[in-house]
Design a protein around this ligand. Structure first.
Ligand SMILES: *Cc1c(COP(=O)(O)O)cnc(C)c1O
Length: 230
Protein backbone atom coordinates (compact mmCIF):
# COMPACT_ATOMS: atom_id res chain seq x y z
CA UNK A 1 0.00 0.00 0.00
CA UNK A 2 2.82 2.45 0.87
CA UNK A 3 4.51 1.53 -2.39
CA UNK A 4 1.41 2.32 -4.44
CA UNK A 5 0.87 5.57 -2.59
CA UNK A 6 4.44 6.70 -3.20
CA UNK A 7 4.16 5.85 -6.89
CA UNK A 8 0.93 7.77 -7.11
CA UNK A 9 2.43 10.85 -5.42
CA UNK A 10 5.47 10.67 -7.70
CA UNK A 11 3.18 10.44 -10.70
CA UNK A 12 1.26 13.50 -9.50
CA UNK A 13 4.51 15.40 -9.01
CA UNK A 14 5.46 14.64 -12.61
CA UNK A 15 2.05 15.74 -13.83
CA UNK A 16 2.27 19.04 -11.94
CA UNK A 17 5.79 19.61 -13.27
CA UNK A 18 4.71 18.90 -16.83
CA UNK A 19 1.80 21.30 -16.50
CA UNK A 20 4.06 24.10 -15.29
CA UNK A 21 7.05 23.36 -17.52
CA UNK A 22 9.27 22.30 -14.65
CA UNK A 23 11.78 19.47 -14.31
CA UNK A 24 10.62 16.86 -11.74
CA UNK A 25 14.22 16.67 -10.51
CA UNK A 26 13.76 20.16 -9.05
CA UNK A 27 11.16 18.81 -6.63
CA UNK A 28 12.11 16.78 -3.55
CA UNK A 29 9.42 14.64 -1.99
CA UNK A 30 9.61 14.51 1.79
CA UNK A 31 7.71 11.62 3.37
CA UNK A 32 6.17 12.98 6.57
CA UNK A 33 6.26 10.01 8.94
CA UNK A 34 5.09 11.69 12.16
CA UNK A 35 3.02 9.36 14.40
CA UNK A 36 3.84 6.45 12.08
CA UNK A 37 5.86 3.41 13.18
CA UNK A 38 9.40 2.69 12.11
CA UNK A 39 8.14 -0.22 10.00
CA UNK A 40 6.34 2.30 7.74
CA UNK A 41 9.56 4.26 7.33
CA UNK A 42 11.44 1.08 6.48
CA UNK A 43 8.77 0.21 3.89
CA UNK A 44 9.11 3.66 2.34
CA UNK A 45 12.92 3.33 2.24
CA UNK A 46 12.44 0.01 0.43
CA UNK A 47 10.56 2.03 -2.22
CA UNK A 48 13.50 4.39 -2.60
CA UNK A 49 12.42 7.22 -0.31
CA UNK A 50 15.39 9.04 1.21
CA UNK A 51 13.84 12.16 2.79
CA UNK A 52 11.69 12.00 5.90
CA UNK A 53 9.96 14.70 7.93
CA UNK A 54 9.00 14.72 11.60
CA UNK A 55 7.43 17.43 13.71
CA UNK A 56 8.45 16.43 17.24
CA UNK A 57 12.01 16.42 18.55
CA UNK A 58 11.75 13.30 20.74
CA UNK A 59 10.03 11.24 18.06
CA UNK A 60 12.61 12.40 15.52
CA UNK A 61 15.51 11.40 17.79
CA UNK A 62 14.01 7.96 18.40
CA UNK A 63 13.58 7.37 14.70
CA UNK A 64 17.05 8.64 13.81
CA UNK A 65 18.47 6.22 16.33
CA UNK A 66 16.54 3.17 15.20
CA UNK A 67 16.22 3.46 11.44
CA UNK A 68 18.23 0.75 9.68
CA UNK A 69 19.69 2.82 6.85
CA UNK A 70 20.96 6.40 6.60
CA UNK A 71 18.33 8.82 5.30
CA UNK A 72 17.92 12.62 5.39
CA UNK A 73 15.72 14.04 8.10
CA UNK A 74 13.68 17.23 8.12
CA UNK A 75 12.31 18.87 11.25
CA UNK A 76 9.06 20.46 10.13
CA UNK A 77 7.32 21.24 13.44
CA UNK A 78 7.68 24.10 15.90
CA UNK A 79 11.02 23.95 17.71
CA UNK A 80 11.38 25.17 21.29
CA UNK A 81 14.67 26.87 22.11
CA UNK A 82 15.37 24.44 24.96
CA UNK A 83 15.36 21.49 22.54
CA UNK A 84 17.80 22.94 20.02
CA UNK A 85 20.77 21.30 21.74
CA UNK A 86 19.40 17.82 21.04
CA UNK A 87 19.14 18.19 17.29
CA UNK A 88 21.62 20.79 16.12
CA UNK A 89 24.32 18.23 15.32
CA UNK A 90 22.06 15.71 13.58
CA UNK A 91 22.66 17.10 10.09
CA UNK A 92 19.01 17.79 9.46
CA UNK A 93 17.27 20.61 7.70
CA UNK A 94 15.14 22.62 10.12
CA UNK A 95 12.16 23.95 8.14
CA UNK A 96 10.46 25.68 11.05
CA UNK A 97 12.67 28.53 12.24
CA UNK A 98 10.05 31.09 13.24
CA UNK A 99 11.98 33.69 15.24
CA UNK A 100 15.38 35.40 15.30
CA UNK A 101 15.68 34.24 18.90
CA UNK A 102 15.45 30.60 17.81
CA UNK A 103 18.07 31.16 15.08
CA UNK A 104 20.39 32.68 17.69
CA UNK A 105 19.92 29.66 19.94
CA UNK A 106 20.77 27.37 17.00
CA UNK A 107 23.90 29.47 16.41
CA UNK A 108 24.90 29.20 20.07
CA UNK A 109 24.54 25.41 20.17
CA UNK A 110 26.10 24.95 16.72
CA UNK A 111 29.20 26.87 17.78
CA UNK A 112 29.41 24.84 20.99
CA UNK A 113 29.27 21.58 19.04
CA UNK A 114 31.37 22.94 16.17
CA UNK A 115 28.78 22.13 13.52
CA UNK A 116 26.86 24.06 10.89
CA UNK A 117 23.11 24.02 10.59
CA UNK A 118 20.89 24.52 7.53
CA UNK A 119 17.54 26.17 8.13
CA UNK A 120 14.46 27.49 6.38
CA UNK A 121 12.43 30.38 7.70
CA UNK A 122 8.79 29.55 8.28
CA UNK A 123 6.45 32.20 6.92
CA UNK A 124 2.86 32.63 8.05
CA UNK A 125 1.76 33.95 4.68
CA UNK A 126 -1.96 33.94 5.45
CA UNK A 127 -1.45 35.50 8.92
CA UNK A 128 -3.35 32.74 10.68
CA UNK A 129 -3.37 33.28 14.42
CA UNK A 130 -3.05 29.57 15.14
CA UNK A 131 0.15 29.21 13.17
CA UNK A 132 3.80 29.91 13.85
CA UNK A 133 6.04 31.77 11.44
CA UNK A 134 7.20 35.21 10.42
CA UNK A 135 4.72 37.56 8.89
CA UNK A 136 5.56 38.36 5.29
CA UNK A 137 6.93 41.85 5.91
CA UNK A 138 9.14 40.66 8.75
CA UNK A 139 11.00 38.04 6.71
CA UNK A 140 13.60 40.25 5.00
CA UNK A 141 14.74 41.99 8.21
CA UNK A 142 14.97 38.57 9.89
CA UNK A 143 16.99 37.14 6.99
CA UNK A 144 19.44 40.04 7.25
CA UNK A 145 19.89 39.51 10.98
CA UNK A 146 20.19 35.73 10.80
CA UNK A 147 22.64 35.96 7.88
CA UNK A 148 25.20 37.34 10.35
CA UNK A 149 25.21 34.09 12.34
CA UNK A 150 28.32 32.22 11.21
CA UNK A 151 27.11 28.64 11.78
CA UNK A 152 23.49 29.04 10.65
CA UNK A 153 22.75 28.93 6.94
CA UNK A 154 19.42 29.98 5.52
CA UNK A 155 18.57 27.80 2.52
CA UNK A 156 15.11 29.14 1.77
CA UNK A 157 11.54 29.54 2.98
CA UNK A 158 8.74 27.28 4.20
CA UNK A 159 5.04 27.73 4.73
CA UNK A 160 2.09 25.73 5.98
CA UNK A 161 -0.83 26.95 3.91
CA UNK A 162 -4.32 27.19 5.40
CA UNK A 163 -6.45 24.08 5.49
CA UNK A 164 -8.85 24.40 2.57
CA UNK A 165 -11.14 21.98 0.76
CA UNK A 166 -10.17 23.33 -2.63
CA UNK A 167 -6.36 23.54 -3.03
CA UNK A 168 -6.78 26.25 -5.69
CA UNK A 169 -7.59 28.57 -2.80
CA UNK A 170 -3.96 28.30 -1.68
CA UNK A 171 -2.48 29.21 -5.05
CA UNK A 172 -2.01 32.85 -4.03
CA UNK A 173 -0.32 31.85 -0.78
CA UNK A 174 2.21 29.75 -2.70
CA UNK A 175 2.71 32.39 -5.39
CA UNK A 176 3.30 35.06 -2.74
CA UNK A 177 5.93 32.98 -0.96
CA UNK A 178 7.69 32.28 -4.26
CA UNK A 179 7.73 35.99 -5.01
CA UNK A 180 9.26 36.72 -1.60
CA UNK A 181 11.92 34.07 -2.17
CA UNK A 182 12.88 35.64 -5.50
CA UNK A 183 12.88 39.15 -4.00
CA UNK A 184 15.32 38.08 -1.31
CA UNK A 185 17.41 36.07 -3.76
CA UNK A 186 18.06 39.08 -5.98
CA UNK A 187 19.59 40.90 -3.00
CA UNK A 188 22.48 38.41 -2.89
CA UNK A 189 22.86 38.56 0.87
CA UNK A 190 26.04 36.90 2.17
CA UNK A 191 25.45 33.52 3.82
CA UNK A 192 21.91 33.33 2.45
CA UNK A 193 20.96 30.77 -0.17
CA UNK A 194 17.38 31.17 -1.35
CA UNK A 195 17.13 27.89 -3.25
CA UNK A 196 14.59 25.91 -1.20
CA UNK A 197 10.86 26.58 -1.28
CA UNK A 198 9.18 24.10 1.08
CA UNK A 199 5.44 24.23 0.51
CA UNK A 200 2.58 21.89 -0.28
CA UNK A 201 1.10 18.98 1.72
CA UNK A 202 -1.13 16.07 0.76
CA UNK A 203 -4.07 18.27 -0.04
CA UNK A 204 -2.33 20.93 -2.10
CA UNK A 205 1.15 19.82 -3.22
CA UNK A 206 0.30 19.85 -6.91
CA UNK A 207 -0.74 23.50 -6.80
CA UNK A 208 2.37 24.27 -4.71
CA UNK A 209 4.58 22.67 -7.37
CA UNK A 210 2.89 24.66 -10.11
CA UNK A 211 3.77 27.75 -8.07
CA UNK A 212 7.43 26.83 -7.61
CA UNK A 213 7.79 24.47 -4.63
CA UNK A 214 11.14 22.65 -4.52
CA UNK A 215 10.18 20.52 -1.49
CA UNK A 216 6.75 19.08 -0.81
CA UNK A 217 5.87 17.48 2.54
CA UNK A 218 3.45 14.62 2.12
CA UNK A 219 2.24 12.53 5.06
CA UNK A 220 -1.30 11.24 4.66
CA UNK A 221 -0.85 10.81 0.91
CA UNK A 222 1.94 8.28 1.55
CA UNK A 223 1.25 6.66 4.91
CA UNK A 224 -2.53 7.07 5.20
CA UNK A 225 -4.50 8.93 7.87
CA UNK A 226 -2.87 9.55 11.24
CA UNK A 227 -4.39 8.30 14.47
CA UNK A 228 -3.66 10.76 17.28
CA UNK A 229 -5.68 8.88 19.89
CA UNK A 230 -3.13 6.11 20.50
C1 LIG B 1 1.87 16.89 9.21
C2 LIG B 1 2.59 17.87 8.37
C3 LIG B 1 2.67 17.68 6.97
C4 LIG B 1 2.02 16.55 6.22
O1 LIG B 1 0.65 16.72 6.21
P1 LIG B 1 -0.30 15.79 5.30
O2 LIG B 1 -1.51 16.59 5.13
O3 LIG B 1 -0.54 14.54 6.07
O4 LIG B 1 0.42 15.54 4.04
C5 LIG B 1 3.41 18.63 6.24
N1 LIG B 1 3.99 19.68 6.83
C6 LIG B 1 3.93 19.89 8.16
C7 LIG B 1 4.61 21.06 8.74
C8 LIG B 1 3.22 19.00 8.97
O5 LIG B 1 3.17 19.22 10.29
Amino acid sequence: MIQEQIQSVQHNIETACKKSGRNPEEVTLIAVSKTKPLSDIEAAIDCGMLEFGENKVQELLDKIEHVSRPVHWHLIGHLQTNKVKYIVDKGLLIHSVDSVKLAKEIQKEAVKKQVHCDILLEVNVAKEETKYGFYYDDVLPAVIEISKLSNVHIQGLMTIAPFVENPEKNRNVFADLHKLLLDIKTRNIDNVNMSVLSMGMTNDYMVAIEEGATMVRVGTGIFGARNYSI
